[in-house]
Design a protein around this ligand. Structure first.
Ligand code: GDP
Length: 445
């Protein structure tokens, strides 16, 4: 997917290196980047403005944790705020009412209402063990009624017949009566959509709403509409008390900005996401994951969190001091470096979390092998005595044989490890001041 924000933010993260906290002066530049990035993700301008204001308030004065710099810390704030905004109030469908629980589907033509009606029927049958009836009140398009019949069958639900000659309210009342008499738990009412908002359409769905008093009124909106979704959302929100949003065609939308816009404009929670044309292509909306997607940065956010969580900065600092003070870098330190790397989620875990550009560079490394090597190196060092770890120069032929036997490897591998250690030792001396800290900072940037 397009990763404009990813590029922007990694550039930003680099320029922010060396500054200790988010301040009024550096936050301005950073927020400008975030703003452009959100606009590129197709979030509507007023929504972006409001969002940026909130992020600014939260970010200002934040101390930059551990090895994170202000750029990375801001990414964390943006991600959290995105997830919070989009995830607020999310819950599964509310069915707490005298049965049948009525769910009214609203939205423009082509938004995916009919498809979603069937997907929801399947969800309710399979996940919540409900007896589900569907009905179409789209009297303008007989084909839409037939379509609902077909997909309802696929979902394993029951379909209540209607025709283009009836009035929507008569259809609704007949279906409700049928649902009551046959003990259906849920009645899903698909409605007519027009190509654009018009008053007659809104009046009609308002009438249906008043008549049925549904427990859920879901606004179905096409994620690919991007900014245009805002106007549609506004019109439906003004016409109806929406209880939830279904964001369809998320599979085709690389930017994902509609979610934030629609959530903010309607104030209703995004309950589900449509992710394919198929009947099972419906997911409970995951705000965390979607926030990462809007940010368009793979899982750099997850990486940032990982660093905050797992890296023992105290230990890394001690190591840095040790090297600086000339105390020497021994195999114990080498072992610690290896285990720190592992704590950051393992090598392959770490690579997965890096933005695509960086992963591409590392793409030719065989991660499985690298992880195995690391485990083997640990095994070898663990077979050494404390004295050998402190003074690797003592390790001569007979000790090597004993260590190799203890770790279940060939003597050549012990030699290879000692060579790697020497190289690392040389590097540490050159860096004079904590290779690990530097290395980690470089990874974050
Ligand atoms: P309606 O006019 O609102 O009832 O819309 P439809 O249910 O007829 O859907 C319009 C088109 O969008 C159909 O071709 C659907 O297959 C397609 N569609 C609906 N939801 C999704 C989705 O989540 N992903 C994809 N890729 N296509 C979808």
């Amino acid at each position: 997917m397009a990763s404009a924000l990813s590029d922007r933010l990694s550039r930003l993260v680099k320029t922010m290196r060396g500054q200790a906290r988010i301040t009024e002066s550096n936050v301005q530049d950073m927020l400008r980047e975030v703003r452009v990035a959100l606009l590129e993700a197709d979030v509507a301008l007023p929504v972006v403005r409001e969002f940026i204001a909130r992020v600014k308030e939260k970010a200002l004065g934040q101390d930059v944790v551990g090895s994170l710099n202000p750029g990375q810390a801001l990414v964390g704030v943006v991600h959290k705020e995105l997830a919070r905004t989009m995830g607020e109030g999310v819950a599964d469908l509310n069915l707490v009412t005298q049965p049948p629980a009525i769910i009214l589907m609203a939205g423009l033509q082509g938004a995916g209402k009919t498809t979603t009606t069937a997907k929801l029927a399947k969800h309710l049958i399979e996940r919540r063990k409900k007896k589900v009836l569907t009905v179409s009140a789209d009297v303008y398009r007989p084909a839409a009624i037939e379509q609902l019949k077909t997909v309802t069958k696929q979902a394993g639900a029951e379909w209540f017949p209607s025709t283009g000659q009836q009035k929507p309210r008569d259809i609704a009342l007949a279906a409700l009566d049928h649902a009551k008499r046959h003990y259906f738990d849920v009645l899903l009412v698909d409605t007519a959509g027009r190509l654009a908002i018009d008053e007659a359409l809104m009046a009609e769905i308002r009438e249906l709403h008043a008549l049925l008093n549904p427990v859920e009124t879901l606004f179905v909106v096409d994620a690919m509409q991007g900014q245009d979704a805002v106007n549609t959302a506004k019109a439906f929100k003004d016409a109806l008390p929406l209880t939830g949003i279904v964001l369809t065609k998320l599979d085709g939308d690389s930017r994902g900005g509609a979610a934030l816009s629609v959530r903010q404009i309607t104030g209703a929670p995004i309950k589900f996401a449509g992710v394919s044309e198929k009947i099972d292509g419906l997911e409970v909306f995951d705000a965390e994951r979607h926030a990462g997607r809007v940010l368009g940065m793979g899982d750099i956010v997850a990486l940032v969190e990982e660093v905050q969580k797992n890296v023992d900065l105290g230990a890394a600092q001690k190591l840095a001091d040790k090297v600086k003070s000339g105390d020497g870098f021994d195999l114990n330190d080498f072992l610690m470096q290896i285990s720190q790397m592992k704590k950051m989620g393992g090598l392959s875990g770490l690579m997965d979390k890096l933005p695509s550009a960086m992963t591409a560079k590392a793409g030719n490394v065989d991660m499985d092998r690298a992880e195995k090597d690391v485990r083997r190196m640990e095994g070898i060092i663990h077979s050494m005595t404390p004295l050998e770890r402190r003074k690797p120069e003592l390790i001569k032929a007979s000790r090597k044989r004993r260590i190799a036997a203890g770790a279940g490897v060939q003597v050549q591998e012990v030699n290879r490890l000692l060579n790697q250690f020497e190289q690392m030792q040389g590097m540490m001396k050159k860096m004079k001041g904590g290779g690990l800290m530097k290395m980690m900072k470089r990874m974050g940037g």
